[in-house]
Every structure is written in C-alpha cells, then in structure tokens.
Design a protein around this ligand. Sequence first.
Ligand code: SAH
Length: 343
Amino acid sequence: MHAITDRQSLISALDCRERQFTEELIAEGGRIKRENVGTKTYLRGLIEISNKCRKDCLYCGIRCSNVQVERYEMSEEEIISCALKAMALNYGSICIQSGERCDKAFTDRISSIIRKIKALTDGRTGITLSLGEQSRETLMEWFEAGAHRYLLRIEASNPMLYRRLHPENSLHSYDTRLKTLYDLKEIGYQVGSGVMIGLPYQTPADLADDLLFLKNFDIDMVGMGPYIPHPQTPLAALQYPADGRRLELSLKMVALLRMLMPKINIAATTALEVLDKKGREKALAAGANIVMPNISPASSKSRYSLYDKKTSLSEDINLEDAEIGFGEWGDSLHFLAKRADIE
Ligand code: SAH
C-alpha cells in the first residue's frame, strides 16, 4: 500500500467504506509499527485519582454540572499503594489521571505523591500525568518531582469544533489548551495528545486535520479513541455515527497516524472496548503499542465515569497473545531520537 500522507488522501481513506481497503490499511499500520517500534506492547497502569473537576465539557460524564456523579478523591496512601501494585505487577510505568483541579492543595499533593513513588521504587517507576491544563509553574514543579510524560488531548484540533464541544468561557479556551501543550514540550516532557473520534458535528476532513495537527505539533505519544456518549451530558442528545462506524474510524485513525508518525507511541484506548470487546487488541494490530490497564480501586473505577461504560464487558485486556515489555518504560522512540539530535 502506498503511503497516505496528504490531506485529500487522508480524507478519502477515512471516508472509504470498502471492507477490503479498511483491512489492508489496518494491516499496513501494524506492519509499519513492527518495522519501526517493534512488536512489544508497553503498559501504563492507570490510576484515576479523583473525579472532581472544575470544567464542564459537554461530552464528559464527570463535568462539574453533573450533580448525579458521586465525587471522590483517593488518599495519598491509596494512590501510592496502587503505584506499588503496578510495580509489583512489573508494569514499568503508571499514569495518574484526574478531573481538572488547580488549587494549591491539589498541586502540592501531586508533587508529594510523585516524589514518594519515585523514592519508594528507587526511581524505577515511569510516571505519566493526565491532570488537565495547569500553569507552567505547576507543570515544571511536577516535572522536577519526577514525572516525565504528560497526556493532554486537544480533543478536537479544529477550533470551531472545539467550541461546539465546550462551554464558551475562558475556562474552556482552545488557545489555553494549545499553549499548555507548548509549555509541556518546552519544559521537556514527552508530550501526548489526541482527539475523540466520531463526535457530533465532526467530519472526515476534521479527522484528517486532527492527524495533520498531531504531525505538525511533532507529538511524541497519542491517545485517541471513539466518542462514547454519556447520558447525563448535553452532547448525548446529538447525532453521531453508529458504533461500528466509530470503531472502524478509530482503527483507521490509528493506522493512518502510524503511517504519518512511525516512531511515536500510540495507545490502544479503553473507550474502544466499549464498542468491541476485542477493540484494544484490534488497535494493537492497526499500529498501537501502548495499553493502559486500569489499576484503580473498584470504588474509584465505578465513579470515574467519563462515558457510559454499561456496555463495557471488562476492564481487563487479554494480553496473552501480546509480547509485553514488562518492567520497561517503553519511552517514545520519536522523543528519544529528537533529544539525541539536540545533544
Ligand atoms: N482532566 C484531564 C483528563 C481528562 S479524562 C484532561 O483534561 O486532560 C481523559 C479523556 O477522556 C479526555 O481527554 C477525553 O478525550 C476523554 N473523554 C471524556 N469524555 C468522553 C466521552 N464521552 N467519550 C469518549 N472519551 C471521552
């Protein structure tokens, strides 16, 4: 298959409904992955530390105006014990995720947790953060404490689409989100971003532009997955593509991104599993190389409801057939190559 890299070809590839083309594209994504980043799948144990959030994103189940969510916050001890569990399982890395909070008590607690996890594991735990938009100072403090990767999805790279998915106020600014991504890069984090796929209003051209956005930003890691409506959100009332189409689009996006950026890390996201119990395995075949098993305590898992998980069969992925990079950080080769160029 010839490389699909220009905007028009990306749009046509996403638009195409031929089964044979889709299968070939997915196989090609998998082949390019194996050639460039190898066959191993790396793990990040996901810890969902709190669903308290100051934001009100129109698609998200833990948005601050959803009064039906029972809010929780894991204690420092609980979080550290989860991290130690991940290390006992030989995962190599953890990812700490939460609703967005910027108060000093929260940011200080994160710094302290990062330092303690690093100290207790002799620096062996790779730490990814996914804690929303934060000030440059806070991001620097967490980097100095020992976090080295950060995930912040742009959600939708088209500013007009972004606006339709978020309340129109300064707390939900596209420009601030983008600036935070640049701050992360300048501080020295391995930077991850991504989008939701199959959103209301979203066109194949938007998705093609999302891929080109990630390429132009020169991103190191990507997590992108299907939009899954949450009944207690305003967006759930709007039209979006059927389950099968959202799954197909998500797998194609992974394969096309692998063509555009052969050496980055791409996550097989959990939301895929809501649409297909083999969703994450299919994403690995299409070019993804990262899995984030959820290691949060059951009480947190059930309340960290970004989307409707009713159809989700299990949080566990069958990794028996996969070759796992146990005990390895599995850093983005794209990032390491860039750094080697500078040094
Ligand atoms: N507060 C952090 C972490 C967000 S939760 C932040 O702002 O980055 C992680 C991701 O879940 C979000 O970036 C979003 O892309 C995804 N998400 C939220 N609601 C979703 C939904 N209804 N369907 C699919 N993904 C969703």
